[in-house]
Design a protein around this ligand. Sequence first.
Ligand code: ATP
Ligand code: MG
Length: 507
Amino acid sequence: MSDYILEIENLTKDFPGVRALDKVNLKVRRGEIHSLCGENGAGKSTLMSVISGVYPRGDYRGRVVYNGKETNYHNVKDSEKEGLAIIHQELALSPYLSIYENIFLGHMQTKFGFINWNRYIKESKKYLDRVGLHEPPETIVSRLGVGKQQLVEIARALSKKVELLILDEPTSSLNDDESEKLLKLILEFKKQGITSVMISHKLHEVLKVADTVTVLRDGKSVASYGVKEESLTEAKIIRDMVGRDLTHRFPERRSSPGDTVLEVKNWSVYHPDYHSIKVVDDVSFYLKKGEILAFCGPMGAGRTELMMSIFGKSYGSKSTGEVYIKGKKVELASTRAAMNAGLGYISEDRKNLGLILIQDVKTNISTSNLWRISRFGIVDSQQEIKEAEKYRKELNIRTPSVDQLTRNLSGGNQQKVVVSRTLAVNPDIFIVDEPTRGIDVGAKTEIYGILNDMVSRGKSVIIVSSELPEALGMADRIYVMNEGKIKGMLMHDEATQEKIMHMALVG
Ligand SMILES: Nc1ncnc2c1ncn2[C@@H]1O[C@H](COP(=O)(O)OP(=O)(O)OP(=O)(O)O)[C@@H](O)[C@H]1O
Ligand SMILES: [Mg+2]
């Protein structure tokens, strides 16, 4: 048997107006963890879709050789039969089915037309154990957080006897703890002989687990390294990804906060369905003109719920407390009221709340902003295109044109569209929830630059972030939350990762 489980030769894949992959070569050694890195739109997800049969042969040029044989898959089912499993960037579970139904969906066996449910419930426990998920198999998937849903997907892959596991940004929406667990699991699989290909923008994680790293740039495979053999560094990967050195990941800014623009006092919010559960508990904080605040804390600390409830009560029930904008008490009963009061909000959940995938890029950028580019109620389409083009250039949104449907953009480029949309509204107070999730290192720096630029023009920013380096690099002050409460506050100069974590736990 060949040393390589997967060999790709001169793979080229075109979409209308875009060459997504351009003569790509890739060799994955049997039993290794192979990481694929590259900027947003470099072609990583497309490559994995070709390998797993999402795009059948004939849809691309070049050769894909799996286990010594050129593949000829018509769909994902065909590749699954041969031991390939892919966990997509956007999770693909059925939210209203149970864990065990999701695990066995599409490959349950019937006897005389009946399905032996008990057998599947029992069997699912075996796989849940292997991924370390200790929830009852009957639990409905939509009740689980993203991290646990991910584990269900992996359990599903295991139930089908996987030899090659492909993970497309598996940790992008996980916190540090959950990511750590997932990486351990991948290492555990390696011991069991499973080969993994992991796509990731988190380069420190890549260096931690990968044996080999391949970098894609503009659809081309530009380099492949043995991590240990070549003492690979983040800087080296970044240089290959963007084609130049990137020295300042957090652009310098001199901050001089002014008067208080937003003050929240004794803010409490209850769960939308379970009215006795307090999700935000007596929170008070303030934000100054020209200031960047970060809210840190573990998953489930209530940060997103706090921000959404302030932003026009878009989360929760029975909210109490007071909000002052520029010293004046306001009632922000709807998102429209919040926007009129000068607030802007980017949701962390880009797929469900943020973005209309079936619309084109320019419409998405202008939707929150129509009144500004309309005349007598009619959208000025020239103006709309001009605005969209501006953000396309500033954030380097990779698309053949602003008329492209958003769903055809790569994951990170969709996120950039969401960011542009709120930037276009030009709010005084800009709340961004996980603004750089799934965004490559170069584009992250662009976004930080834009936020810095906004505050230097007198705007104010609140960042909700699970990435501590981001909070530490950007914020003037950091509020640490846990269990719905604010546990403490740190100034930029005194904040460290250790202090933040300690504060979240101990207060
Ligand atoms: N269905 C499609 N129709 C048209 N263009 C597409 C389609 N799918 C992907 N593309 C384009 O192909 C290129 C590569 O996209 P791909 O999703 O593979 O990038 P990626 O490396 O996974 O990026 P990210 O890090 O943002 O997820 C992009 O320019 C994208 O816009
Ligand atoms: Mg992708």
